[in-house]
Structure formats: C-alpha cells, structure tokens
Design a protein around this ligand. Structure first.
Ligand SMILES: *[C@@H]1O[C@H](CO)[C@@H](O)[C@H](O)[C@H]1NC(C)=O
Ligand SMILES: *[C@@H]1O[C@H](CO)[C@@H](O)[C@H](O)[C@H]1NC(C)=O
Ligand SMILES: *[C@@H]1O[C@H](CO)[C@@H](O)[C@H](O)[C@H]1NC(C)=O
Length: 281
C-alpha cells in the first residue's frame, strides 16, 4: 500500500495492474481440454483441443488480456458420418440421416445369402464408416463326390455356407486328405476333397523263405499269397497271408526258424562222434 501511494502516474499504475492480471480459469469446454501451458497471466494464451471424435468450432487459442480472457471459447462438436453404403442382397440398420462418432450399424443378408466381411461398421474419426461394408454371396457347394468313396454322414444338399460332411473310402481304399469337409464362402469344399487310393501291401518278404503261390504284385486289398520256408527251416506262423484294408499282411508274416533236432539220447548208450548240439538240418 505504501509503494502505490508514491506512484505519481495513473497510467503506470494501470500497466502494473495489467501485467499482474491473472485471467484465471477460462471455463469448461465440453468434450475438450484447455491447456494453459504456463500461467493464466496477462499476455499468455491457452490452447483448446477436442477429444477424439470431436471437431473444434471457433478459435483454437484464447489470449489473456487486461479485461480477462479476450476471446470466446470454441466448442467441440461431435463428428458426424454420412450413412454407409447400401449393399445388394442385404441391408443395414439402424437407418438414419447421419450418425455420430462411434455409432455402429449392423449388416445382414437376405435368406440363403452369406455375409462376407465385417457385420458391423462404426463411424470413425475420418467421418466415414469403417471397415468397408460386407458383401452378400450365395454360397452353394457341389456334391462332394470322390472316386472309390462316399458320403458317410453330415449335411445334405443344398450345401450352404459351413455345411459339413464326413466322407469315407470304399473298403480296400485308404483316404489321403481330410474326411471332414466344410463348404466355404467361395462355395468350395474346405480343406479340399480327399482322395481314395487303393490299399497297397508291400512285398511279403521273409527271411529264409519265399513266396510260393498266390496273387501277383502289386498287392491290393484282399490279395492272397502263400509263403514257404527254405529247406532246413521251419515256419512259425501262418503260411497264407491276406492283404487287409489297412495295407498290412494278415494275420502277420510268419518266421522261418532253423530246424533243430533234440539232443539224441539212448538208454545204456552214448554219443561217439559227429555233430554237436544245436543239431541243424
Ligand atoms: C510458456 O513459456 C515458455 C517459456 O517461458 C514459452 O516458450 C512458451 O511459448 C509459453 N507457452 C505458451 C502457451 O504461452
Ligand atoms: C474305383 O474307381 C474307379 C474309377 O472310377 C472305378 O473304375 C473302379 O471300379 C472303382 N473301384 C471300386 C472297387 O469301386
Ligand atoms: C469376400 O470378400 C473379400 C474381400 O472383400 C473378397 O475378396 C472376396 O472375393 C469375397 N468372396 C466372395 C465369395 O464374395
């Protein structure tokens, strides 16, 4: 108070008062922020930013003057989107003239058509709906026919999107690929129809033995062979083998074991000379 009393010029007093002016809070911006980077003092400014999805209408900066904040606050208006695109064989809802930021529309397809793409779209920051609208496709897969195989269970025609069938090979054929097939969006069976290839048994090779008679190679399901052992060998197992549906010889290849004679003993007598055990052929 003592200092002010000695100031002779009123204009100087005004200047000091202006420079010391503190504008205080500029108020509230709905859906936005006011950034007073420094102090809310005379000559300083505040910067207004809007939240995501809102557009600033008015001045971005306001200045603190001797009468307080010299500019009026801008407003943050919600971002709007025009309606998204119409699609053939489908529709979206809700229908409106314009949509606000983050509003969502849902697409659907008419009967028998399948939605390909995203079902829901939302109004985004660029004023457009994202992602792109889906399309509606008529999905129909053809009969899942395979050579030497048949439909086993599952869906029946018409095969629509996600219809699933299980296939099987005729006996004597082995499946290469997946037995379960699903009709995909492109009207194709997924992962792709399997193949039925004839069962194949390997050459019925046995140690110290041979094929005697029976089917000729290639050995398919139900081919039959008879095996025999070389002389001096005796068979353990079945001589007749059949190629089964798994491509294996059934009941299982035999073995040829060396013939072995028992120790020879006679009452009141003994070995004099000759071979020693084991006694082979
Ligand atoms: C805040 O103060 C610094 C240095 O004092 C200056 O560089 C900057 O421009 C000021 N910011 C505002 C918004 O006035
Ligand atoms: C397997 O398919 C072929 C070709 O379609 C056919 O000629 C053959 O008769 C089939 N075999 C059996 C056992 O059905
Ligand atoms: C599904 O949509 C994708 C992406 O838009 C497109 O590339 C494809 O061709 C569509 N498929 C069908 C069967 O319409």
């Amino acid at each position: 108070m003592g200092v002010m009393a000695f100031l002779p010029l009123s204009c100087l007093g005004l200047l000091i008062a202006s420079q010391g002016k503190n504008c205080g809070s500029a108020g509230v911006v709905d859906n936005g922020q006011i950034d007073y980077s420094n102090e809310t003092l005379f000559g300083e400014k505040a910067v207004i930013t809007c939240n995501e999805g809102y557009i600033l209408v008015g001045q971005r900066e306001i200045n603190c003057g001797d009468q307080g904040w010299m500019d009026s606050l801008p407003v943050c208006e919600v971002l709007k989107c025009d309606p998204p695109a119409d699609i053939t064989d489908g529709k979206f809802s809700p229908h409106k003239e314009s949509y606000e930021y983050l509003e969502v529309v849902q697409y659907s397809c008419v009967n028998d058509y399948t939605l390909n793409g995203s079902k829901s779209l939302s109004c985004s920051t660029d004023g457009k709906f994202t992602p792109d609208p889906p399309t509606c496709t008529r999905v129909e897969c053809t009969d899942p026919k395979i050579e030497n195989g048949t439909w086993k269970e599952g869906a029946r025609p018409p095969y629509r999107y996600k219809s699933a069938v299980t296939l099987q090979c005729n006996s004597g054929y082995i499946m290469k690929g997946a037995s379960i097939q699903t009709c995909d969006i492109n009207s194709l069976w997924s992962p792709g129809l399997p193949q039925c290839t004839p069962v194949k048994c390997t050459d019925p090779k046995i140690k110290n033995g041979d094929r005697k008679e029976g089917s000729q190679p290639p050995y398919r399901y139900s081919s039959t062979v008879t095996l025999e052992c070389h002389s001096g060998y005796i068979m353990k197992g079945a001589s007749t083998q059949k190629c089964d549906i798994y491509g294996l010889w059934s009941p299982g290849l035999p073995e040829c074991k060396p013939v072995e004679c028992k120790d020879l003993r006679i009452e009141n007598g003994d070995w004099v000379e000759g071979s020693r055990p084991p006694y082979r052929y």
